[in-house]
Write a protein that binds this ligand. Structure first.
Ligand code: NCD
Length: 340
């Protein structure tokens, strides 16, 4: 099994089935803390360096929230232009310096391989929060955790499931990492729905194929959505050579309640890593699905905190002493009191 303590989390390639199951068991134990039923101060005094050199809301804030919920402090650096990288400093030097200010670092950067390069210079564990179009391991873990919960609520397992991935499968790092993780399971059926120009890279298809899974590659949304999970994605406009190029594909694969009713199964679960592009010319996942109980996007985002708490606890080696540092919550939010 993968040894979490002290490790960098750079790619989903690091994990096997047993390590994922272990991590998910730890994520389950984080529920009372994430829901503010209890507090733990297990990371009291520890500092997370949260370095985000690309736009982010959920990933950045959920890393910070997860660390705070374990009792640690968060120091943020946001934006390439406001860091010394803009003055020509190497990732190695930045890592050497910032790692002596932190106990662990989470990092997002626009270039593939950049987080691994940074980790070479770091003296503390580094967690990849997304490196260009390459990988997004923590998102894939929270996606898989969500899939496992949604499937079990329907009396099903990950093994044997059917997933349709839709949209920008070329530049979408979340679908790259998720496909690799799912390949560790058995008898998955993948349907990859994308314009030819934005198809899933062949090295990912090879991994799925070699692991013996079934897969179909298509440009057609209609008729291909009768899956257990439909994983919708945003056109990754920031990775296209120009905005005009991205505009060619925006709004091509829209999912709304009418399409859901016509083409999905009655209990198909809809996922999206978020943000969904809600502008009229894109709108890949319509607001008219917000009341659909099978829309799992907000449960998925909530699970991000649990999984990231589990990653911090395991990489810092405190997962077995959470309870020793537990204390009561002395406040309650108004919403919680009202049961909202
Ligand atoms: C994704 C990302 O950054 O790759 N977002 C996220 O982390 N939840 C997907 C996206 O930006 O479309």
């Amino acid at each position: 099994m993968f040894k979490f303590q002290g490790a960098d989390i750079l790619s989903v390639n690091q994990f096997d089935h047993a390590s994922i199951e272990y991590l998910f068991t730890i994520a389950d134990t984080m529920q009372p803390y994430a829901h503010r039923k209890k507090r733990t101060r297990v990371l009291d005094g520890a500092i997370l360096g949260n370095l985000f050199f690309e736009p982010s809301t959920r990933t950045r804030v959920s890393f910070g929230t997860a660390f705070n919920l374990l009792g640690g402090h968060v120091r943020e650096t946001v934006g390439l232009s406001s860091s010394a990288l803009a003055k020509g400093e190497s990732l190695y030097d930045t890592a050497r310096v910032l790692s002596s200010y932190s106990d662990i670092i989470a990092m997002r950067h626009p270039d593939s391989g950049s987080v691994a390069e940074f980790a070479e210079g770091s003296r503390v564990p580094v967690i990849n929060g997304g490196d260009g179009a390459n990988e997004h391991p923590t998102q894939a873990l929270l996606d898989l955790y969500t899939i496992s919960k949604e499937q079990s609520s329907h009396g099903k397992t990950i093994d044997g499931m059917h997933i349709a991935m839709v949209g920008d499968l070329k530049y979408g790092r979340t679908v790259h990492s998720l496909s690799k993780l799912l390949s560790l399971y058995k008898n998955i059926k993948f349907t990859f729905i994308a314009p030819d120009e934005l198809a899933m890279p062949s090295y990912i298809i090879d991994i799925v194929d070699k692991a013996g899974h079934q897969y179909e590659i298509t440009e057609q949304l209609e008729g291909n959505l009768d899956a257990d999970i439909v994983y919708q994605t945003r056109i990754q406009q920031e990775r296209f050579p120009s905005e005009e190029e991205a505009n060619k594909y925006r709004g091509k694969f829209r999912l709304n309640q009418a399409i859901y009713t016509q083409h999905c199964k009655s209990n198909t679960v809809i996922m999206h890593p978020l943000p969904r592009d809600s502008r009229a010319d894109a709108n890949e996942l319509d607001n008219d699905m917000n009341q659909n109980p099978n829309l799992a996007i907000f449960r998925q985002a909530d699970n991000g905190v649990l999984v990231r708490m589990a990653l911090f606890a395991t990489t810092l080696g405190v997962e077995s002493i959470l309870k020793d540092h537990e204390c009561d919550v002395i406040w309650h939010s108004q919403k919680a009191n009202l049961g909202l």
